[in-house]
Design a protein. Structure first.
Length: 233
């Protein structure tokens, strides 16, 4: 009898299926894999509803960065459908006023045709300091931005600005949970990964060495190993 578990992966802000490409072969052996489309709506509630409408009845769920915010909303809407949860370089906290102000400026830039310029400003904070001159990784970030498009990026930012505080609901999560962070994540500090792991009963925290905010493409082998272990145990 087939006991494989469907896997739903959610990328982050300005992220596309390309972010998961290096780890897909390892995950594919564990069950059917879907990369969710998270660019069509401008609220977390609507994004989560649409993903749930398109997802299998029960599945393992992994969300990276913004994808983690969406994963928390999915857990609020339909916790019984999520068999396992992985939170990758994300946080449970809502946007700060300063972050929302910065996002509002980025929305204006994207709407004026400067999405690549926005991504170029974000890129140094996305990767380990040793990779800030890695043009191949920067090209992937640009390509993902092109996949999402300016309108999709704007919708994502509006959803992120208005997202809920997920800290009060951490204690309600009962499925096996993995929290992943890079040891040098300059976008979402490790302390916020620890906060999630501490708040979710039985959660396992994995800090990937020599890694920034994009572990799937910065350290694919270590990221894949952590995810496969999460699916197996």
């Amino acid at each position: 009898m087939d006991t494989s578990l469907p896997i739903v992966l959610i990328p982050g802000l300005a992220g596309s299926p390309r972010i998961y490409a290096p780890v897909l072969p390892a995950l594919w052996g564990r069950g059917p894999v879907t990369v969710a489309n998270h660019i069509r709506d401008d609220s977390m509630a609507a994004i989560a509803r649409r993903i749930l409408a398109e997802a299998p009845p029960r599945f393992a769920l992994a969300g990276h960065s913004m994808g983690g915010y969406i994963a928390f909303e999915i857990m609020r809407q339909a916790p019984e459908r999520v068999a396992r949860l992985a939170l990758i370089n994300t946080q449970a906290r809502p946007d700060s006023p300063e972050a929302s102000e910065r996002r509002t400026r980025q929305i204006a830039q994207a709407e004026s045709g400067q999405l690549h310029a926005v991504l170029d400003v974000l890129y140094p904070g996305f990767v380990h300091p040793a990779r800030r001159e890695d043009h191949a990784l920067q090209r992937i970030v640009h390509e993902m931005g092109d996949d999402v498009g300016a309108a999709g990026f704007v919708r994502q930012q509006r959803a992120i600005i208005a997202r809920a505080d997920s800290r009060p609901t951490l204690g309600t999560i009962r499925c096996p949970t993995l929290v992943i962070s890079g040891d040098s994540d300059a976008t979402i500090p490790n302390s916020l990964s620890q906060e999630m792991a501490d708040g979710i009963e039985g959660a396992r925290l994995v800090i990937i060495p020599d890694c920034g905010h994009l572990p799937q493409i910065e350290q694919p082998a270590a990221t894949a190993a952590a995810l496969v272990d999460w699916l197996r145990n």
